[in-house]
Design a protein around this ligand. Structure first.
Ligand code: PMP
Length: 387
C-alpha cells in the first residue's frame, strides 16, 4: 500500500521527466476505461469493445484538435515519443540517405540515428551555440552541400529549455526537398501547437510530460502524404484475411492491442489542456523566469540555456563550480523533499553543446501544479545545500 504522507510531502520539480500529479479528469478517464470500457477496441462487436473503440476515437479527435491537426487519421497513438521517433526515422530513412540533425538531440534521436548510420545513413550535425540555438542559416548552408532526405530537430531541449525555430526549419527543409522530423517531447503541452501551420512532416510527442497524460502513450503526427514504412506488423484494422499489413491510417502504425486506458487518459488530458492550457503555460513561463532569475543570484552557479528574457520551455538546469549535481539533487530530495533530476538527462549531445559533458547538470522541471512557494522553497533549499 502507498503511504499517503510520503506522497504528500514531495515538492515535484521533475516535470521534464514526467508530469505529476495528473489532473483529476485524466485519472478519472483511466479508471473509467478500465471499469466501463474494458473490451478490446476495434476487434469484437460487443458493448465493452465498442465502448473502448469509442474512447479511442474521441481521444484521437480531441488530441488532433489540441494539436491543430484537421485529419485525426494523421495522429497515430504510439507507446511514447521514443517509439514515435523510431518509427519516423527508421520508416523514412534508407541506406545512402543523408540527414541533418541538431546538436542538442536526446538519445531518442541520437541512438536510432547511430543505429541507422551503421546501415549507411549519413548523419551530419548542425552545431548550435552554447545555449543550443540552431541558426536556420547554418541549416540552409548545410542543405546546399549535399542532397538531404531529412532535417531532424527537437522542438525544445530537455536540458537547456531552448526552443528551436522549427517553423523556419520546415520551410528551409522543404525548399531543399527534405522532410522535417521534430522531437516534440518537451514542446507538446508546454507550447501552444498548430502542427498544420508549423509544417513539420513528422512530429513525435510524449503523452506523459507537458501533455499531462499517463505514461506509456504518445503521439506521432504524420502530415498527409508522409508514409513511413511501419516497424510492426500484426492485428488490428480491417481485412484480417490479408497477410499484408493494412496501409490505411492510423491502423498501419497501431498493430496489436492498444493502451486503451492510457489513450483515454491522454484524451482527457487533451480536453483539459484545451480548456486550461493558456493559463497553465502563462504560469509555467512566469515561474520559470522567477526560478532562473533567483538561481542566478546564488554564487558559484551557472544557469544553462538562453537568458530569462528569451522564451523557453519550463526547464532550468544549473551547474555549480564545486558541488556535483548528483550531490545537490540528493540533498534536495533527502532534506527538503524536492524531486529534481541530475546527470546527463539522456542527452549527452546537449551537455557537450553547453560545455557540461563531463559532469552533467541539475535540472528543475516546472509544470502544471507547481506554485510560487515551490519555487521559493527550491531556491532557498539550493542556497542552503550550497552554503
Ligand atoms: N526527446 C526529449 C527531448 C525528451 O526529453 C524525452 C524524454 N526524456 C524523449 C525524447 C523521450 O520521451 P519518452 O521517454 O516519453 O519516450
Amino acid at each position: 500500500m502507498r503511504e499517503p504522507h510520503a506522497v504528500k510531502r514531495i515538492t515535484y520539480l521533475d516535470h521534464a521527466a514526467t508530469s505529476w500529479p495528473k489532473p483529476q479528469p485524466v485519472i478519472d478517464a483511466v479508471v473509467m476505461a478500465l471499469t466501463e470500457a474494458g473490451g478490446n477496441p476495434g476487434r469484437s462487436a460487443h458493448t465493452l469493445a465498442l465502448a473502448a473503440s469509442r474512447l479511442i476515437l474521441e481521444a484521437r479527435t480531441d488530441v488532433a484538435a489540441l494539436l491543430g491537426v484537421q485529419d485525426s487519421r494523421n495522429i497515430a497513438f504510439v507507446p511514447g515519443c521514443t517509439a514515435g521517433l523510431n518509427l519516423a526515422l527508421k520508416g523514412l530513412l534508407r541506406p545512402g540517405d543523408r540527414v541533418l540533425v541538431g546538436s542538442t538531440e536526446h538519445n531518442a534521436v541520437a541512438r536510432p540515428l547511430h543505429a541507422l548510420a551503421a546501415t549507411g545513413v549519413r548523419v551530419d550535425v548542425v552545431q548550435g551555440d552554447d545555449a543550443g540555438r540552431i541558426d536556420p542559416d547554418d541549416v540552409e548552408r548545410a542543405l546546399a552541400e549535399a542532397p538531404t532526405r531529412a532535417v531532424i530537430c527537437q522542438h525544445a531541449s530537455n536540458v537547456l529549455g531552448t526552443i528551436q525555430p522549427v517553423g523556419d526549419l520546415a520551410d528551409i527543409a522543404h525548399e531543399a526537398g527534405a522532410y522535417l522530423i521534430v522531437d516534440g517531447a518537451q514542446g507538446a503541452g508546454h507550447l501552444k501547437l498548430d502542427l498544420t501551420a508549423l509544417g513539420a512532416d513528422a512530429y513525435a510527442a510524449s503523452g506523459h510530460k507537458g501533455m499531462l497524460g499517463p505514461q506509456g502513450v504518445g503521439v506521432l503526427y504524420l502530415a498527409s502524404g508522409v508514409h513511413p514504412t511501419e516497424l510492426t506488423q500484426g492485428g488490428g484494422g480491417s481485412n484480417a484475411g490479408d497477410p499484408v499489413q493494412t496501409d490505411s491510417r492510423p491502423d498501419r502504425y497501431e498493430a496489436g492491442t492498444p493502451n486503451t486506458p492510457g489513450i483515454a487518459g491522454l484524451g482527457a488530458a487533451a480536453r483539459f489542456l484545451a480548456a486550461n492550457g493558456d493559463a497553465i503555460r502563462a504560469e509555467e513561463r512566469r515561474l520559470t523566469r522567477l526560478l532562473y532569475e533567483q538561481l542566478l543570484e546564488i554564487r558559484g552557479l551557472r544557469v544553462l540555456g538562453p537568458p530569462p528574457a528569451e522564451e523557453r520551455v519550463p526547464v532550468v538546469s544549473i551547474v555549480h563550480d564545486r558541488v556535483d549535481a548528483d550531490r545537490i539533487a540528493f540533498e534536495l530530495d533527502s532534506r527538503f523533499g524536492i524531486a529534481v533530476r541530475a546527470g546527463l538527462h539522456c542527452a549527452p549531445w546537449a551537455h557537450t553543446t553547453a560545455g557540461t559533458a563531463g559532469r552533467g547538470a541539475l535540472r528543475f522541471g516546472i509544470g502544471y501544479g507547481v506554485t510560487e512557494s515551490d519555487i521559493e522553497l527550491a531556491v532557498r533549499a539550493t542556497r542552503e545545500v550550497l552554503a
